[in-house]
Design a binder for this molecule. Structure first.
Ligand code: ADP
Ligand code: ZN
Length: 730
């Protein structure tokens, strides 16, 4: 398909909409004709919907009965490479193309004419009276002549009040005009001085820059301990992309955590990048969508869905913390943003950088096999060294069952506080207590809709289901036996640990970082920034603090329950625990003072705990890899999960059994089916869930076989089926 393909008015076009139909529908091209890839508004039944011109119409129907598209929308046509990306990712994830398209058209107000706002530009002549403030305004406008400012922006940039600008407008020295609301981004400058790189860093960034400027697809695994300068290095790859006139995308797992990161980017390139995340306002999302589509936004920092923005000229995708499980979208379209980034880059000739201190086994194996280039930063930048790791054997600590900080850990924290350093206590559990137990009848409060216990969130005074998000006020009486005042919290969560810490260190400033306690992402960001400057002596937190922050005064990390992730049957548990513990430990000793990480554990002899303590990463990966290879499990074999769900457990199981019996299409490719069995969470939002696992060798046409296989059953009533390619847990 040529990108320039044009359809004259009245020509038959196929339009793909986001409506849940599995194919494009025929229309007549609207007045004025349209390009392939154009966004158009079309009639669908009694409604108007938005779609994309996906190709020539099929012409299966009487031409006279085919309806005409209403109009072409004011947005850059979708590029052929984006259409190809959507088709391939739909085929890979076995998702209807329309659902894939929905991921790309989330821009609110796509199709509305942009609303207007007032902007300010340099006008004619000089002011009647020259003042310092007036000169600042004119200097700002002269310096950034091509940009348009709102009143507020211009006042901020020039450091004056808006009345100064209004005064200049009256004299005609500054022009006020109406302009579409989508303000362009300030240009980024890749040639501002960067930090002076170490030899290792410079070598790595040269390799990346070469990859980026080759203009061809390639993937590099950039591995380096926390604090080794991976970010510095990949920012140089971004610079290379910008110099080549191409757009760059940096994907981050938790966009809320990027205040510090954005400042760094801004310092490096002299202006703010586009920040794409679910918390952004409608106006901002719309602006980014359009500016990316015009090739005007050069750098996007975003959460996984930023992959689906309409880049015109994408040259680099960085996936930071590539091992992070939040890259897998677990609802709606089930896709892994890391894998989709590689797919997208291979289609448009971009370079991918996968950065991590603890790569996923998948990426590690791809690098070993030579599919990815391997780059390594082995030491921390500057005087910082990796923390000393140690275990606290909880069997010898004699703690009562409602306390979690061991005497040994307390002693270590005391020593840090005495030296004016910071300590962190890490626990991987949100809320106050994971279980609420009735001491009269033994009842444990569970979610009404899920197979999960409700977690007490004392700060919110509510019980919350971490599966479906349902919450209810904390009851005073047992919902089962109605006994009053018998409900007791069992086990620790981050809030409860905070309470214990307050009792242990009544004079210390303690910051409990739980998302519950902050009204907004912004408040949380501010708190984190304060901690970095030393506003707290003890930081208590969940995964929220495990990633990406620099707390220079932090020298001790105590992991409250290092065994937590090792329970359960998930084959990936070892990998996850290893990654998380290394990540958390990496928080300690990021500046001059050396750091220590202590793991409280009941099984210090567990091989995973042993590998963490020894810091033997290669050894750990090799052992994990050989185990997976032996079992032909990912990344050495392929897996797909089929989740059937519905309100009636019997019907769900029947459908699962029917699938399991009719496994011919799978046997044809040598794949096996396991199950049906209750899914890892057997009931969510009132729907029973049953899972089948399909295991195949690499290199077989798994998706095609799966499609043929699942199409054999008719989903009756409210039964639903979802295919999960490369499931996270198995
Ligand atoms: P990583 O991404 O591997 O965790 P960062 O890039 O965040 O590492 O670097 C850790 C810290 O060290 C940051 O504060 C960073 O600014 C600093 N740093 C790294 N390399 C250099 C350098 N070459 N010059 C100055 N500061 C550096
Ligand atoms: Zn629930």
């Amino acid at each position: 398909m040529s990108e320039q393909m044009f359809f004259e008015e009245g020509a038959l076009i196929a339009v793909l909409t986001t409506q849940p139909l599995d194919r494009a529908l025929d229309y007549k091209a609207p007045e004025g004709g349209c390009m392939l890839g154009a966004f158009v508004e079309v009639p669908l039944g009694p409604r108007k919907v938005i779609g994309v011109v996906w190709g020539k119409g099929k012409g299966d129907f009487d031409y006279n009965k085919v309806r005409a598209a209403y109009r072409v929308l004011d947005a850059a046509p979708m590029r052929a490479e984006m259409m190809s990306f959507l088709e391939k990712s739909a085929a890979y994830t076995l998702t209807p193309l329309s659902a894939m398209l929905r991921l790309t058209t989330r821009a609110p107000g796509l199709g509305d004419p942009p609303s207007m706002r007032k902007i300010y530009r340099r006008g004619e002549g000089e002011p009647d009276r020259v003042t310092k403030a007036r000169t600042q305004v004119l200097d700002t406008l002269n310096e950034y002549g091509d940009l348009s400012f709102t009143l507020k922006e211009l006042a901020e940039m020039a450091g004056v009040t808006s009345s100064v600008i209004k005064g200049l407008v009256k004299q005609g020295v500054v022009h006020e005009e109406d302009s579409p609301r989508d303000l362009p981004f300030h240009p980024l400058n890749p040639d501002l001085p960067s930090k002076e790189l170490t030899e290792d860093q410079a070598a790595a960034s040269a390799v990346l820059a070469k990859g980026v400027s080759s203009g061809a697809y390639g993937t590099t695994l950039l591995r380096g301990v926390t604090g080794s300068g991976k970010t510095e290095v990949y920012l140089e790859a971004v610079a290379a992309a910008l110099r080549a006139g191409r757009q760059a995308l940096v994907l981050l797992p938790e966009i809320a955590l990027t205040a510090e990161f954005l400042t760094r980017v801004e310092e490096r390139f002299g202006a703010k990048p586009a920040e794409w995340h679910s918390g952004a306002t409608m106006t901002e999302r719309r602006r980014i969508w359009r500016m990316v589509g015009q090739g005007q936004a050069q750098l996007v920092i975003g959460a996984r869905s930023a992959l689906f923005l309409p880049y015109q000229n994408l040259g680099l995708i960085v996936v930071d913390e590539e091992h992070d499980t939040s890259y897998k979208q677990e609802e709606g379209v089930l896709y892994n943003a890391r894998d989709m980034a590689v797919l997208r880059a291979s289609i448009c000739g971009a370079h991918v950088v996968l950065a991590s201190a603890t790569p996923s086994l998948e990426s590690w194996a791809n690098a070993q096999a030579g599919k990815y280039t391997k780059l390594e930063l082995t030491s921390r930048f500057g005087p910082a060294v990796m923390p000393t790791m140690g275990a606290i054997d909880m069997r010898s600590q004699g703690l009562p069952s409602d306390r979690w900080v061991s005497p040994k850990l307390k002693e270590e924290v005391d020593a840090r506080l005495a030296r004016g350093e910071q300590a962190m206590l890490f626990i991987n559990r949100r809320g106050y207590a994971p279980v609420t137990l009735c001491r009269a009848c033994g009842h444990q409060i569970a979610c009404d809709h899920c197979d999960a216990r409700m977690v007490e969130h004392r700060f919110l005074k509510r019980l919350v289901c971490h599966q479906c998000g349902e919450s209810k006020p904390m009851p005073t009486a047992c919902p089962s036996c109605e006994a009053e005042d018998k409900l007791a919290p069992v086990g620790p969560g981050v809030e409860r640990l905070g309470e214990e810490a307050t009792a242990l260190w009544p004079d210390a400033k303690i910051a409990t970082l739980s998302s519950d306690m902050y009204g907004s992402a912004r408040a949380l960001k501010a708190e984190i920034a304060g901690i970095a400057e030393g506003s707290a002596d003890i930081v208590i937190g969940t995964q929220l603090v495990a990633k990406g922050h620099n707390f220079p005064k932090l020298t001790l990390v105590g992991v409250i329950d290092a065994d937590l992730g090792l329970m359960g049957s998930d084959l990936r548990a070892a990998e996850r625990t290893f990654q998380l513990m290394r990540q958390v430990a990496g928080r300690a000793g990021r500046a001059e003072a050396p750091g220590t990480a202590l793991l409280q554990t009941y099984q210090p002899e567990h091989p995973v705990i042993g590998a963490i303590l020894a810091g033997d990463e290669e050894g750990f990966w090799r052992a994990e890899a050989s185990e997976r290879q032996h079992a032909a499990m990912p990344p050495y074999g392929r897996l797909a999960g089929i989740i059937l769900s519905g309100p009636d457990m019997g019907a769900v199981f029947d459908a699962g059994n029917q699938l399991a019996r009719n496994d011919r299409p799978l046997r044809d490719i040598g794949a096996q089916v396991y199950g049906p069995a209750p899914a890892p969470i057997a009931r969510v939002r009132g729907r029973h869930r049953v899972r089948l696992l399909v295991k195949a060798e690499k290199g077989v046409p798994l998706q095609r076989a799966l499609a043929a296989w699942v199409s054999q059953i008719k989903l009756k009533g409210d039964l639903r089926l979802a295919v999960d390619i490369d499931p996270q847990s198995f």
